[in-house]
Ligand binder design. Structure first.
Ligand SMILES: C[S@@+](CC[C@H](N)C(=O)[O-])C[C@H]1O[C@@H](n2cnc3c(N)ncnc32)[C@H](O)[C@@H]1O
Length: 266
């Protein structure tokens, strides 16, 4: 499905607005955010394991396989058929290596033990998060059984043992998953890109969040609804610092910080 004309204009407008607002790290006076930029956003760790995960991505991109997709999210703007090529989904739906490696550094920097991912897909970001939180556990929810089967195969292939895959809709699996987790240190919301569900999942996760919990939202400018969801999250009384990277939004609850919203070029 092509982007409608008004969506295209809105996205161009919001991206230009982002560029105008975006600061670099030298314009940032918060030591917490400055260190985060230096050590997580701008840093570029290279581990041999990254190559192993990226080899899985390459296999997906070369795959001839098709799967029947059970799409419980906001739908795809690119595909509207239930049978899709794995390679096409891998090309359009997964975080880039740069973004996925940033998630790894984020998990490691905050020494996350209880990580939650909404939207496993083929498990690429799950594997990066599991590597970053190697002393902890990554709970990951996916609603499409055939997609999850491929992810599970990847977890087995890499013998990544600290992943708990939860098959089912976010709506049905989130309460049970949060119950099992007890506390959430890092939450990555990467699916069901619509306003109400995004705000609802955020609210549910907040019940298990603590002062140092980090939230990462994907595609905060994907649609008007997602931009509204992002504004609601920013305005939430428990939220202090947010960082808008355009494709991703980071949210912190640290009560020692003044409420401040950063826009950074990433
Ligand atoms: C953008 S993909 C995740 C990509 C993955 N995190 C990565 O970058 O490697 C989003 C996934 O969320 C799943 N999803 C979307 N909405 C869902 C819902 N309401 N319940 C369960 N799964 C959902 C989709 O099936 C899709 O596989």
């Amino acid at each position: 499905m092509e982007l409608g004309m008004s969506d295209q204009f809105r996205q161009i407008g919001s991206y230009l607005g982002h560029l105008v607002k975006a600061r670099n790290r030298h314009g940032v006076h918060s030591p917490f955010v400055y260190d985060l930029i230096s050590q997580v956003l701008r840093s570029s760790t290279e581990l041999p394991e990254f190559g192993t995960i990226e080899a899985l991505r390459d296999d997906l991109l070369d795959s001839e396989q098709t799967i029947r997709v059970n799409d419980l999210g906001a739908g795809s703007r690119v595909f509207d058929l239930p049978v899709r090529r794995v390679a096409d989904t891998a090309r359009t739906a997964l975080k880039t290596p740069q973004q996925a490696q940033m998630l790894f550094r984020l998990a490691r920097y905050f020494q996350a033990r209880n990580v939650l991912e909404l939207g496993t897909s083929f498990g690429i970001t799950t594997l990066y998060l599991a590597l970053g939180a190697d002393e902890g556990t990554v709970y990951t929810i996916e609603g499409c059984p055939q997609t999850m089967r491929i992810a599970q195969h990847h977890f087995d292939q890499l013998k990544q043992r600290n992943i708990v895959p939860m098959l089912g809709s976010f709506r049905s699996k989130l309460p049970e998953t949060l119950q099992r987790m007890g506390e959430a240190d890092l939450v990555f919301i990467d699916g069901h890109h619509a306003k109400e569900p995004t705000v609802d999942y955020f609210g549910q996760c907040l019940t298990k969040a603590h002062n140092d919990t980090v939230f990462v939202f994907d595609d905060i400018h994907w649609s008007r609804g997602m931009e509204q969801a992002w504004e609601e999250v920013k305005a939430h009384p428990r939220v202090t610092v947010t960082i808008d990277l355009y494709n991703l939004g980071l949210v912190f609850l640290r009560s020692e910080q003044a409420k401040e919203h950063f826009t950074l070029r990433y």
